[in-house]
Design a protein around this ligand. Structure first.
Ligand code: CS2
Ligand code: MG
Length: 409
């Protein structure tokens, strides 16, 4: 069997997705997610212009060798664009191997280690009342763990609050990348945030009790000492995790946070190789790995990362927003089902239009996810439907402080 074709499909049902489709000379196809929110066409070009031709004629069964060929062979290694492109090839090859073997990919990764994957959903609100309604909506949908994000008094547009979608009861699909020729600008005030977030969790614990697993995403916005302060202030509420509490390019910054708080820490959705995690894991500076197969080079390296993390009792919390496509989410579900050190899986349901373009065998039942039993990853791409949604430029917002200083969004 040989790879006979490598096609890149860019489609935009409510948001942009980049998908690689590999086809073998036997007609077996495999899909890979190459979506990089706000920079999608860079990955599409990397695949179309520099990788596709190299794959033609290769043995699709040689997944590890193909990964090494694309990683080491590029010379210019690492980075989100390169690793998203390699990820798409890797996922597509696992998809093909599953189909050829007639089994879902998780069976190739050691089989199921659990019946299903605990999911968490995204609740948010512009007031305690609307936040409570959002949490109740997610509990009614079966979620057993909830991420809590809130507006901040004095901050006009803040990450993670899709109040308009919540209020109207629409399907919750908070896609932060706004369509348009330039990023939207949001504002930020760390002091106001640090004053308000403890009050939010005071309210949530009063209303929903001490046992509901709660998560919060600080989204890279705090300095290490501020992150330490927030972690400490939230300790009475026993969070499942505090995510991206401080930018972690400086992995040692988490030493300072760790010294001050026992609130569990989750980091890594913007990381793309094991080196980004090396100190965080070996010094036990985090509790959960937030990587997504789509941005981390695929299933192959993410499985290796989780084996490394397992030596330090660190568990998975794979990234699963709507900008990880159904193909990327499926890859996370197969890996998450198989590894021993699974923690939790983020789950933001995609839009109805997306579900038309990507037919999926995954299920979400009673708060648990499962990739399904379809051979391969369990996702098919309807290319006619995909063609009905052409790419539209879209950018993630930027964030500035009140004096105009650029900040982390
Ligand atoms: C967020 C993401 O889900 C999360 O934890 O950090 O939604 C993130 O904002 C997006 O993936 C950015 O494209
Ligand atoms: Mg996040």
């Amino acid at each position: 069997m040989r790879i006979a074709a490598a096609d890149v499909v860019v489609t935009s049902p409510t948001r942009n997705f980049v998908t690689l489709k590999l086809t073998t000379d036997d007609g077996v196809t495999g899909l890979g997610d190459a979506t990089l929110n706000g920079r999608e066409l860079a990955v599409a070009a990397y695949l179309r212009e520099h990788v596709a031709a190299l794959l033609i004629g290769r043995d699709p069964a040689r997944i590890e060798d193909t990964w090494q060929y694309l990683y080491r062979g590029a010379y210019w290694r690492r980075g989100p664009v390169t690793m998203a492109a390699i990820a798409a090839v890797d996922m597509a090859l696992w998809d093909i191997k599953g189909k050829v073997c007639g089994v879902p990919v998780y069976q190739l990764l050691g089989g199921a280690s659990r019946e299903g994957l605990l999911a968490y959903g995204h609740a948010s609100g512009t007031s305690f009342e609307s936040l409570g309604e959002s949490i109740n909506m997610h509990l009614e949908k079966g979620y057993r763990a909830i991420r809590v994000q809130s507006s901040i008094p004095g901050v006009h547009a803040v990450y993670g609050v899709a109040a308009q979608a919540q209020a109207s009861g629409e399907r919750y699909d908070y896609e932060p990348a706004g369509r348009g020729a330039a990023p939207a600008q949001e504002d930020w005030d760390s002091a106001a945030y640090l004053r308000h977030v403890p009050k939010v969790f005071d309210y949530v614990r009063r209303e929903f009790g001490p046992e509901l697993p709660l998560l919060h995403d600080a989204h890279h916005r705090l300095r290490p000492i501020e992150a330490a302060k927030l972690g400490k202030s939230l300790e009475p509420h026993n969070l499942f995790w505090l995510e991206d509490c401080t930018p972690a390019e400086s992995q040692q910054a988490l030493r300072l946070v760790r010294q001050h708080t026992v609130t569990p820490l989750a980091i890594g959705e913007v990381f793309n190789t094991v080196w980004d995690f090396q100190q965080l894991i070996s010094e036990q500076l985090i509790d959960y790995v937030r990587a997504a197969s789509t941005h981390f080079g695929g299933i192959t390296p993410l499985r290796k990362l989780m084996d490394f993390a397992a030596q330090y009792q660190i568990r998975s919390g794979f990234h699963g927003p709507t900008d990880v496509s159904p193909v990327g989410l499926a890859a996370q579900l197969h890996l998450g089902l198989a590894i021993h050190n699974f923690g939790i899986q983020e789950y933001m349901p995609h839009s109805e239009q997306t579900d038309v373009v990507f037919r999926q065998s995954m299920s979400f039942t009673d708060g648990m996810l499962h990739p399904g039993e379809t051979p391969g990853l369990g996702v098919t791409l309807d290319e006619e439907a995909a063609a009905r949604y052409p790419y539209q430029p879209a950018y993630l917002p930027i964030s500035r402080l009140k004096d105009g200083t650029m900040h982390d969004w």
